[in-house]
Design a protein around this ligand. Structure first.
Ligand SMILES: [Zn+2]
Length: 468
């Protein structure tokens, strides 16, 4: 997201400093971002990059210039987090009071392009997509357990018509508002799948553990063990043409809140909810071999974080065996499967137990410290995906042992659309091949190459991995 457009700015005004704080300029040598007035940007008509925000410049791998110190100026004016949180809070409370994106911008005291930048940075979404997402979530909350009628939920969420409500709800939730309203009446539900849906990617991802403790697959079904407020359960997701039929089994009586959680988990496992068409239209060559690919998300953020910590600097099969050890050691059994351990269970593990099971000292400490930080309330791990992306990356990298790669990996697996796990060796290899480079790009070069895929860097990473 670049604002204002690169070709458009008044260079004399820029030199005067009149545009400082409005946008940022990136240079290749040094690989840094600057205030538009910085002398290091003058006389460099070619190779200058314009960035709407610090978040965008940093995502492209640039560091603040030591000379003009753009981070100081932007720190004073803020990164838009306050505005994002105020808008988010209003939409969570009363989405019908906001008519459209223009109205949202006016309420925040911003022009629409400035709002677009804030939402690109913090929500990884356009204003329209974010508004619809908030309206659907609000309506779903009202519908659950038949608390509201479909018509009342539609009106309270601020949809302009029943038809618009129905269409947006089906795209986001995989079922009609009326079907969602009855969720939990029976231990099964069905999600509609898009015409181009690729179940193979989901089956391969969920089948990655040969022993299938927490998830397993056959040719057309995924089984996943998941915790709920009422006790552990197993969802069996069976693919048929254009639909995924879900059967829930549990020894406990599950309430509607548990069903809503499992419904959300299944949507995440299936990678539904994001519109992939704009990305596919913008990058036809990259997507051609596998159109319809979506990101299979990890339904619980703590599971994603543990997997990312375990996977640091070791190969995939060793990581897989360590994950099995963790699940066996601290997970809750349900039938012949085991639910991935909760932060409580991981925090209670005796470190020696992990060391005996071939976890390094560093991994052992990172896992247990992270679990303890979550229990202490220092990190709302399961709430991250509903908040700001900038804040999520900041909070994750503040943890001991969590760097940019781990944070971005977790972010892409919990649903942020524009998070490239730079520093990933597979991603670097894929980019090296795609661009015919002489050597594997380092983290900074990877970030720079991935900037071409903004604002869809998560899905682009998925395609690049799949190209290997
Ligand atoms: Zn500078």
């Amino acid at each position: 997201m670049i604002f204002p457009p690169l070709a458009d700015w008044d260079r004399r005004a820029a030199r005067r400093g009149a545009l400082d704080g409005v946008f940022l300029l990136g240079t290749v040598e040094p690989y840094a971002y600057h205030l538009p007035s910085c002398p290091l940007t003058t006389g460099r008509r070619a190779g200058l990059m314009a960035f709407a925000s610090e978040a965008q410049a940093r995502a492209a791998g640039l560091r603040p210039c030591q000379r003009c110190k753009p981070h100081r100026r932007h720190a004073v004016q803020g990164d838009g987090l306050d505005v994002f949180q105020a808008l988010s809070e209003r939409l969570d409370r009363a989405p019908a009071t906001v008519a459209d994106a223009t109205h949202l911008a006016t309420w925040a005291g911003l022009c629409e392009p400035a709002l677009a930048v804030i939402l690109a940075d913090h929500a990884h979404a356009t204003a329209d997509a974010w508004l619809t997402h908030k309206r659907v979530a609000f309506a779903a909350d009202r519908l659950l357990g038949q608390a509201a009628t479909v018509a009342d939920a539609c009106e309270a969420a601020g949809f302009p018509s029943a038809r618009a409500f129905d269409r947006a709800f089906v795209v986001a939730m995989g079922m009609t508002p009326d079907a969602y309203r009855r969720l939990g009446e029976a231990p099964r539900f069905t999600l509609r799948l898009p015409a181009d849906y690729r179940k193979a990617a989901v089956l391969a991802y969920q089948g990655r553990d040969a022993e299938g403790l927490a998830e397993r697959t056959d040719a057309a079904t995924v089984w996943k063990a998941l915790g709920t407020p009422d006790g552990p359960a197993v969802v069996a997701i069976r693919f048929e043409r254009r639909a995924a039929h879900v059967e829930v089994t549990s020894d406990h009586a599950l309430g509607t809140a548990s069903f809503a959680l499992l419904h959300r988990d299944v949507r995440r496992i299936l990678g539904l909810g994001h519109d992939i068409r704009p990305f596919e239209a913008a990058h036809p060559t990259l997507v051609a071999p596998r159109r319809g690919l979506r990101i299979p998300l990890i339904p619980r953020a703590f599971d994603a974080l543990c997997w990312a910590i375990i996977g640091q600097q070791i190969n995939l099969s060793f990581a897989g065996s360590l994950r099995r050890e963790l699940i066996r050691l601290a997970g809750e059994r349900v039938g012949d499967m085991i639910v991935h351990p909760t932060p409580d269970a991981v925090a209670r593990i005796d470190p020696d137990e992990l060391l005996r099971r071939r976890f390094s000292r560093a991994k052992t400490r990172y896992l247990i410290d992270t679990a303890k930080a979550i229990i202490a309330g220092d990190l709302d791990i399961e709430g991250l995906a509903d908040g700001s992306a900038v804040e999520a990356e900041r909070r994750l990298t503040a943890l001991n042992g969590i760097g940019t790669w781990t944070a971005r990996y977790v972010m892409m697996r919990i649903g942020f659309a524009d998070a490239a796990p730079v520093g990933d060796s597979g991603l670097a290899t894929a980019l090296e091949r795609l661009h015919g480079l002489d050597m594997r790009p380092d983290a900074v070069a990877t970030a720079r190459l991935m900037a071409a895929y903004a604002p869809w860097r998560s899905l682009a990473s998925m395609h690049l991995w799949a190209s290997l």
